[in-house]
Design a binder for this molecule. Structure first.
Ligand code: CTP
Ligand code: MG
Length: 385
């Protein structure tokens, strides 16, 4: 599958000094909610690209390498934005088809926006830029601040990054050696077709210190409305086949008889998946992995947990914690509690997990020793990366 995806390079001009912002450090190193702007940009858009190149201010290259790690190529930027992009272009791998150019000054542009740009490129456009309608009326003025024109607002757009280009288009555009404040303008200068797609408000540009406060609104969840709980329950009967292995809480239990079911029958994992789906309000185990999705038939509990994590993340949530209580006479969970927690947590990307167990005083399916049940809860928070 992977080879069918277009090869994309993400170029991030981050070499500006941030004069208008006026910090002691270059603007890309300014902190926003505990991370630098450049880290936010790489974290948010890096997943859309096979290669990431960052243009750093001269003298700060090692600093950038340290915070961004080995997956990012750091080059020394130039004295204008256009020059920084041109320098970064020299490091683009030969097999790259599309190039996204993205300002470090727009730390919160989302991967979804990057994907929309790439999709438009894949469908044949050679230059694609995200844009928003403008709400202010915009005047063109002369050097003495007298109005020379009032363009019709209906036809004006405010453009953002990431801007995407077919490789050759961007290389040619930069060969013209002209200056502009975005790369789209360079393509226009050579009469290339530049397509606008819908931008996003959260891709706002950090120019002045007060812009950080606006950006923070996207990062700090509204505690009252952005925490969600969910509950999930599952139960399976012990198999009549004494050789059936028992999988529970992501672990194989030697010398125990397994439960029936068309997956591995891991009731703890299934209950957690259902709790997570419920908290995110995106259906349940059946609707996400049921018989209409044969690829999940027989899937392990760990695999279902990882897939659930992907779906919950895609819905915009991160896991605060999950709990699961296993209900049954056997196996005895206590001695392997830590292994179970570790296994489940690993499948959930390191989430905080607790595992407990109980019997039911001889009552019901589990009390009579006919099977195992599990009850899980999940707490999600809206992801504010
Ligand atoms: N940029 C760059 N090289 C330059 C100038 C700017 O890579 N010589 C980058 C900035 O780091 C930023 C993006 O281009 O990510 C957009 O520029 P802008 O927001 O204007 O940032 P600065 O130039 O740093 O800010 P200012 O104009 O206020 O000095
Ligand atoms: Mg600038």
């Amino acid at each position: 599958m992977r080879s069918l995806l277009p090869k994309v390079a993400l170029l991030i001009p981050a070499a500006g000094s941030g004069e208008r912002f006026g910090a002691q450090v270059p603007k890309a190193l300014v902190q926003l909610n505990g991370r630098t702007l450049i880290e936010h940009a790489v974290l948010n858009l890096g997943a859309t690209a096979t290669q990431i190149i960052v243009a750093a201010p001269a003298g700060y290259e090692e600093n950038f390498r340290k915070i961004l790690g080995d997956a990012v190529t750091v080059v020394t930027g130039g004295d204008t934005r256009t020059k920084s992009v041109k320098i970064a272009l020299e490091s683009v791998d030969s097999d790259i088809e599309f190039v996204l150019v993205h300002d470090a000054a727009r730390p919160l542009a989302s991967a979804e926006l990057g994907k929309s740009v790439i999709e438009a490129l894949a469908s044949g456009d050679v230059a694609v830029i995200p844009a928003l309608n403008v709400s202010d009326t915009i005047k063109e003025v002369d050097a003495s601040n007298y109005v020379v024109a009032t363009p019709n607002r209906e036809r004006l757009r405010a453009v953002q990054t990431p801007q995407g280009f077919a490789r050759e288009t961007l290389f040619k555009a930069h060969m013209q050696n002209i200056e502009a404040t975005d790369d789209g303008a360079l393509v226009e200068a050579m009469r290339g077709k530049v397509k606008l797609i819908a931008g996003e408000v959260r891709a706002l540009k950090i120019t002045n210190p007060e812009d950080l406060a606006t950006a923070m609104k996207y990062l700090v969840p509204d505690q009252a409305s952005d925490i969600r709980t969910g509950v999930g329950v599952d139960a399976h009967a012990f198999s009549s086949d004494p050789k059936r292995p028992l999988w529970l809480a992501g672990l194989l239990w030697e010398n125990e008889i397994g439960v029936d079911g068309h997956s591995d029958g891991d009731v703890a994992a299934h209950a957690i998946c259902d709790a997570l789906f419920a908290a995110a309000n995106i259906g349940d185990l059946g609707s996400n992995f049921g018989t209409s999705k044969p690829e999940y038939a027989g899937a392990s509990g760990a695999k279902l947990l990882s897939e659930t994590l992907n779906l919950v993340s895609a819905a915009g949530f991160k896991i605060q914690n999950v709990t699961v209580q296993i209900v049954g006479n056997r196996p005895k969970i206590g001695a392997r509690r830590l292994d179970a927690i570790t296994e489940i947590s690993r499948a959930l990307g390191g989430a905080q997990v607790s595992v407990s167990a109980t019997t039911t005083d001889g009552l019901g399916l589990t009390g009579e020793g006919k099977g195992i049940g599990a009850i899980a809860t999940a707490l999600l928070v809206r992801d504010g990366r």
